[in-house]
Design a protein around this ligand. Structure first.
Ligand SMILES: *Cc1c(COP(=O)(O)O)cnc(C)c1O
Length: 397
């Protein structure tokens, strides 16, 4: 077959049509290029028809809303990292959670959610699912009461392990066994583990969600959520996500891909620095409890040892109950190297005041002290400890 030669074209026309050849003369760049597209062009009506027929099952570049070659590259990386069948990308981690719940639940269903979930996920279940007659019950963060809370209409168990803010561990393989025996779906938020330190699918979960906004991107400059599933769980997520027009920008996918290349190296350093800070905090009289699953006295330490490959830069600490919120705020405001801000997982240190009473409904935090969450970054730990020391000095003031 001969390629038809282009008709002679005026500069204006050439400007519109030049440079469309997809292949590169010479070699290829190391990183997948950013491919921006809404419209994707086909050679013929027949080809367009064929691609549309096949795109339900196959991942084909057919329209921007269905993904693009840059986002496909990131999907492959996440599937590889999490050990899953396929991955969908979402504009934020929260959107990934919302789409997962919408994909697998229908009116009349009941969902069991861990007491340790990321707070906006709790809010989503509490305020938005209820009007659609999807009920939610929270179970203890260690998973001990899951069995007794399963109802006839229960469809899904939603875990987050280690949990948000204080990193409770649950026995995910045990929950997977329970779920399988009753035909329930097991979903896990794996943002803490980021596919390196924890792998829910390998432990029996059907679906794993990550806020790639955190460690995968690693540079505090892009939002992204990922959902990876087993082969069996895939069709429901894919169909619902396509129906809702869920996609991500290729520029954002590029940034996450770029960040993810150094994920393991950054995590190792965050873990080392985090542990140095955790050990230092354990020696402070003002501190009641330090939370990090890698610490031997953390309640979930044995499960962490069994199921996790390492930890990260997240360390929370509870002040002695004698210190009120004003005191905690004085400590935080005095810090110079720890930025005050939401999110975590970037290269820099962060601090935030956590409201445990709002964040838990099964566990009772009414008599406990103020909770401060640190994200320990890649700075020199000695500088971070010096900064914390002068923060603690402000407690007395
Ligand atoms: C941050 C976070 C999310 C949400 O991610 P966004 O990209 O900020 O929407 C979900 N789960 C956990 C555990 C998180 O820490």
């Amino acid at each position: 077959m001969t390629t038809p030669s282009p008709p002679p074209a005026a500069p204006l026309t050439r400007l519109v049509h030049a440079g469309k050849h997809p292949a590169f003369d010479g070699g290829s760049p190391v990183n997948p290029p950013v491919v921006r597209a809404s419209t994707v062009l086909f050679d013929s009506v027949a080809q367009q028809r064929e691609m549309r027929e096949r795109r339900g099952d196959e991942r084909l570049f057919t329209y921007g809303a269905r993904g693009n070659p840059t986002s496909f590259a990131l999907e492959d990386l996440v599937s590889e990292l999490e050990g899953g069948y396929r991955t969908r990308l979402f504009p934020t981690g929260l959107a990934a959670i919302a789409m997962t719940l919408l994909s697998y639940l229908k009116p009349g269903d009941h969902v069991l959610m861990s007491d340790s979930v990321y707070e906006p996920a709790r809010k989503l279940a509490d305020s938005f699912l209820a009007p659609y007659n999807i009920r939610c019950t929270f179970f203890a963060a260690d998973g001990s009461d899951v069995e007794e809370k399963i109802e006839a209409g229960t469809r899904l168990i939603y875990a987050e392990c280690p949990g948000s803010l204080i990193y409770e561990m649950c026995d995910l393989p045990r929950l997977a066994k329970l779920a399988r025996a009753r035909g329930l779906l097991l979903v896990a938020d794996n943002t803490w583990g980021s596919g390196c330190q924890y792998r829910p699918l390998a432990l029996g979960a059907d679906v794993s969600i990550m806020a790639a906004t955190k460690y995968l991107s690693g540079h505090s400059d892009v939002m992204m959520g990922t959902v990876v599933t087993t082969k069996e769980a895939w069709p429901a997520l894919a169909e619902r996500s396509d129906a809702f027009g869920m996609t991500v920008s290729p520029d954002d996918a590029y940034l996450v891909l770029r960040g993810a290349r150094s994920l393991a190296a950054r995590l190792a350093m965050h873990e080392s620095h985090g542990l140095q800070v955790a050990h230092w905090l354990q020696l402070r009289n003002e501190v009641a409890t330090v939370f990090c699953p890698a610490l031997p006295d953390h309640p979930g330490h044995a499960l962490w040892q069994r199921d996790c490959k390492g930890s990260n830069g997240l360390v929370s600490f509870e002040l002695q109950p004698g210190f009120n919120q004003d005191a905690a705020e004085r400590l935080i405001d005095r810090l110079q190297l720890f930025g005050i801000g939401a999110s975590w997982g970037g290269y820099e240190s962060l601090v935030t005041l956590a409201d445990m009473r709002r964040a838990r409904s099964v566990a009772d935090w009414s008599a406990r002290g103020q909770m401060i969450r640190l994200h320990v970054g890649l700075e020199d730990p000695a500088d971070l400890l010096a900064d914390l020391a002068q923060g603690f000095a402000a407690l007395a003031a």
